[in-house]
Design a protein around this ligand. Structure first.
Ligand code: DGL
Length: 263
């Protein structure tokens, strides 16, 4: 029983970390499309082809369920993937719905960080029109951030300067929640936490996604056991150095969880 996790790069590891915590008695296959990362600044048609090709390779390697641990890939190809494969497929979307609900009592606004491609998709507009009746959600694309993350750019001064530039036009007092709508962004939770006023909560969709994964596995009758937390790492570039990088990144995010209590 092996659960596949797919992302363009190391972002999906933030979701895998949550799954390892919640579902330790499973085996995992993690695949990064390193030949084509980042997705979020590329044309939709190209990204669609990359996704189908990469998931095809994962299918050949063997898996019993798939988590598309990438908001961008979910918004481009989730339906097509579900039409192609019969195993359960769990997608991700920016956690706007829980954020709007959690934020209601504060009377403050919600800010969403995501890739340009995610924010341009009909799926995102549909999500907003479903859950943002009062028009309190603002969306900010961060085209550079996945690239920084892939290059392991975690220098505090550099990253704080980057976020401050991006947030320059925003009155932070008026926001109650920041939604990290890309699975790469939780690597920056610690830095953002230090940067933002304490009244702003930082949320992501990882726990919700793993909850839906667990529910789907139960529905398919494969919820219990089936593995021992073994992880097989693959990448489209077939690069052993990148596999090492994935292992380091997973350890980093697991350690950050110890500090923050959240991925
Ligand atoms: N990690 C992906 C997401 O959740 C995006 C990464 C990319 O732009 O390649 O949206």
């Amino acid at each position: 029983m092996r659960i596949g996790f797919f992302d363009s790069g190391i972002g999906g590891l933030t979701v895998l970390a949550e799954s390892l915590r919640r579902l330790p008695a499973k085996d995992y296959l993690y695949m990064a499309d390193t030949l084509h990362v980042p997705y979020g600044t590329k044309p939709k048609e190209d990204v669609r082809d990359y996704i189908l090709e990469t998931v095809g390779k994962m299918n050949e390697a063997g898996m019993d369920a798939l988590v598309v641990a990438c908001n961008t890939a979910t918004s481009i190809a989730i339906q097509e993937l579900r039409d192609m494969y019969s195993f359960p497929i769990i997608g991700m979307e920016p956690a706007v719905k829980p954020a709007v609900e959690m934020n209601r009592a504060t009377g403050r606004r919600v800010l969403v960080f995501a890739t340009p491609l995610t924010l341009q998709q009909p799926k995102y507009y549909a999500l907003l029109s479903r859950v943002d009746e009062e028009g309190i959600v603002d969306s900010l694309p961060l085209p550079e951030l996945v690239g920084y993350c892939e290059r392991l750019q975690f220098d505090e001064a550099f990253m704080k300067a980057y976020f401050l530039t991006k947030l320059a036009g925003y009155d932070l007092d008026s926001y109650g929640i920041l939604v990290l709508g890309c699975t790469h962004y939780p690597y920056y939770t610690d830095i953002l936490r230090e940067l933002l006023p304490p009244h702003i909560q930082i949320v992501n969709g990882n726990a919700g996604t793993v909850k839906r994964l667990a529910a789907q596995l139960n529905r398919f009758g494969i919820g219990e056991g089936g593995g021992s937390g073994d992880i097989r790492f693959l990448c489209s570039g077939d690069d052993p150095a990148y596999v090492d990088k994935m292992k380091t990144a997973l350890a980093f995010i697991q350690e950050s969880h110890m500090k923050q209590g959240t991925y």
